[in-house]
Design a protein around this ligand. Structure first.
Ligand code: ADP
Length: 177
């Protein structure tokens, strides 16, 4: 699915973020930037050890914030590591923190001159954020950013399974109306 939005385009693809040949991919990292399971593990495995070395030098990242490294052997040029909130029922600032992940990643991409950016579905795996709610926040934040900035102009969500893809497709269709 591909939709024009503001000064750019929002794309949804069903696939592996480590295969995306874009200027930046956004990893669902943990606050220690220590690598882990899920998409984080996949990115470090495919990209090689240089990404973890750069993460160690940065040291850590608070929830809702984003840092940038190189991308090692990945086809992307950079990895942006954003730390999503763990879902604790929704009453602990989770929505604002998740919105901040998308906003800070997009701003960091812009400030580093990136033209294309692909996100994984932040927080909806091990961190347990309900995907319908997470998708609405992601699409809202991406659309708001594209309305006010001219790059990155291609923002892709790389979604790993059909259920997650369908949730983002519904959120993007709702945003269009
Ligand atoms: P979090 O800890 O933020 O919940 P996870 O990595 O557990 O992060 O999951 C986030 C999303 O990333 C989930 O939808 C999961 O299925 C997906 N995912 C896992 N591996 C990949 C991959 N290689 N490419 C894209 N998405 C992936």
């Amino acid at each position: 699915m591909r939709v024009e939005s503001g000064n750019g385009v929002i794309e949804l693809v069903l696939g592996d973020i480590t295969k995306q040949a874009v200027d930046g991919i956004v990893n669902a990292a943990n606050a220690a930037l220590a690598g882990g399971g899920g998409v984080d593990g996949a990115i470090h495995r495919a990209g090689g050890p240089s990404i973890l070395e750069e993460c160690r030098a940065i040291g850590g990242c608070p929830t809702g914030q984003t840092v940038i490294t190189g991308a090692g052997r990945l086809p992307a040029k950079h990895v942006l590591h954003t730390v999503g909130p763990v879902w604790h029922g929704g009453g602990h600032g989770e929505a604002d923190l998740l919105a901040s992940c998308y906003k800070t990643a997009l701003e960091l991409a812009r400030d580093n001159g990136l033209k294309s950016l692909a996100f994984a579905s932040i927080s909806t795996g091990i961190y347990g954020y309900p995907v319908t709610q997470a998708a609405a926040i992601a699409i809202r934040e991406i659309a708001a950013f594209l309305a006010g900035n001219d790059h990155p102009s291609l923002v892709r969500m790389a979604l790993f399974d059909q259920h997650t893809y369908d949730a983002y497709a519904a959120a993007l269709s709702a945003q269009e109306q």
